[in-house]
Design a protein around this ligand. Sequence first.
Ligand code: FAD
Length: 106
Amino acid sequence: PLDKDELGRSTWGFLHSMASYYPDKPTRREAEDMSKFFNIFSKFYPCEPCALDFQEDIKKNPPRTDSKDHLAKWLCERHNTVNLKLGKPLFDCSKIHERWRDGWKD
Ligand code: FAD
C-alpha cells in the first residue's frame, strides 16, 4: 500500500498537472465538471483525516474553475493550506506553471 506521504506526493503531482493543462477558456460544462471533480475527490481521497480537512477547506474556498490560471492558483493555495498545517514551507504560487507544466527555467 502507499503510505500517506507517497500518496500525497503522487496525488499533488496529478492534481497540479491537471490544473496546469486545464483550458484557459473552459466551457460552462467543463467548469461545472471540474468543480464536481474536486467535490467528489474530497469525499473519496483515501486518507480520512486529510479528506475531512480538505472537504472543510473547499467548502470555505470553492474551486475557481473559470480559467486555467485561476484553477492553478486556487489549487496552489489549497496545497499551501496543507503545507501550513504540516509545518512545511509555503510554495510561491507565481511559479506554479513553471513547476508543473513548463519545467524550471535555469
Ligand atoms: P508535497 O506536499 O507532497 O508536494 C510535492 C511537491 O509539490 C513539492 O516537492 C513541491 O515541488 C510542490 N509543491 C509544494 N507546495 C506546493 C503548492 N502549494 N502548490 C504547488 N506545488 C507545490 N498529509 C498529512 O499528513 N495530513 C493531511 O491532512 C494531509 N492532507 C492532504 C490533503 C490532500 C488533498 C493531499 C493531496 C495530500 C495531503 N497530505 C496530508 C499529504 C501531504 O500534503 C504531502 O503530500 C506529504 O506530506 C508529502 O510531502 P512532501 O514534502 O513530499 O511534498
